[in-house]
Design a protein around this ligand. Structure first.
Ligand SMILES: C[S@@+](CC[C@H](N)C(=O)[O-])C[C@H]1O[C@@H](n2cnc3c(N)ncnc32)[C@H](O)[C@@H]1O
Length: 284
């Protein structure tokens, strides 16, 4: 039996367990909608007590939570594939990657894949899923922009963050997208946000993971707020649950659909896309 890896409890890094477990659950429960061969394998390699989650997984709410994790991945993959159509040699950059394998799922054979997270998570990732060909794992705090030095954006770049911007402050999130716009003109950034109600619903999660900067952390009530973030960005948003997919799977119930509409509407769960201006042509 391969050695198991411990994720430090009570830290923002521990938050990776929720979407990872959600994707495993979703692949089991909604196979027509979502496939993920890696999530179950990676969960099995973690030294983590999943017993409580296994118990809760029977409930409608937890099944819905699993759907949330999977829908977000479907949304991100859509945006990445769309960008790769015009930039087949682009860098796909997973910011706050946890143990997620979206870069590989979108691999077209010519892109480059980068996974960025805190050093302990990258150490775990290197053990559990060492970087492959055209892939680099970068150990860094996202707020220390020197990590961007390692990204080759010469063929374009698509940056995405799934379930990560909730843990950044408003100022950190804005600074990050502005730095991406400055260093990688013509690139795209994709991330998910929630409204104020959504943030309040996450309060307990923040507490459980030992985060004390809850009040300063990002939420987006009205997407027009994003227009002022970065002058080089063209901003568009879509519903997180139903903006990219109609959740076509016989196992998706009427209640799931009802909750999905509420998440996109009331909770203001959104996928935000920022397309950064191409470099200006130099006139000769
Ligand atoms: C909820 S998990 C999501 C993981 C992954 N994106 C997924 O969908 O499975 C949040 C991840 O963001 C990472 N993270 C949060 N703040 C970060 C920061 N400032 N720099 C680097 N990583 C960060 C955490 O370590 C964690 O792996």
């Amino acid at each position: 039996m391969a050695e198991t890896i411990k994720i430090e409890p009570g830290s923002v890094q521990e938050t990776l367990i929720i979407p990872l477990y959600g994707r495993k659950l979703c692949a089991d429960m909604f196979p027509n909608l979502y496939k993920d061969e890696s999530a179950a394998r990676l969960c099995a390699r973690l030294d983590y007590d999943f017993a409580d989650m296994d118990k809760k997984a029977e409930s409608t709410l937890w099944k819905f939570g699993a759907l949330e994790a999977a829908m977000r991945q479907i949304d991100m993959e859509w945006e990445i594939r769309d960008y790769l159509l015009g930039h087949p040699q682009a860098a796909i950059v997973n910011m706050g990657c946890g143990l997620d394998q979206t870069g590989r799922a979108c691999d077209n054979g010519t892109c480059k894949i980068y996974n960025v997270d805190m050093p302990d998570i990258i150490a775990a990732r290197n053990e559990l899923s060492p970087a492959g060909e055209r892939e680099l794992n970068i150990a860094s705090d996202l707020n220390d922009f020197t990590w961007m030095d390692a990204v080759d954006g010469s063929g374009g770049a698509v940056f995405f963050a799934a379930g990560v911007f909730h843990y950044l402050t408003f100022e950190q999130a804005k600074a990050l997208v502005n730095e991406l716009a400055r260093r990688f003109p013509g690139s795209r950034a994709v991330f998910d946000t929630v409204g104020k109600l959504g943030k309040n619903l996450m309060r307990q999660t923040f507490k459980n993971f030992g985060m004390d900067n809850y009040d300063d952390c990002l939420y987006v009530e009205d997407p027009s707020e994003l227009d002022s973030w970065c002058s080089a960005a063209r901003v568009s948003t879509r519903g997180y649950m139903l903006g990219y997919s109609d959740m076509d799977d016989p196992a998706v119930t009427g209640l799931h659909r009802f909750l999905a509409r509420r998440c996109d509407g009331l909770v203001k769960m959104r996928i935000v896309r920022m397309d950064f201006e191409e470099p200006k042509a130099v006139r000769g």
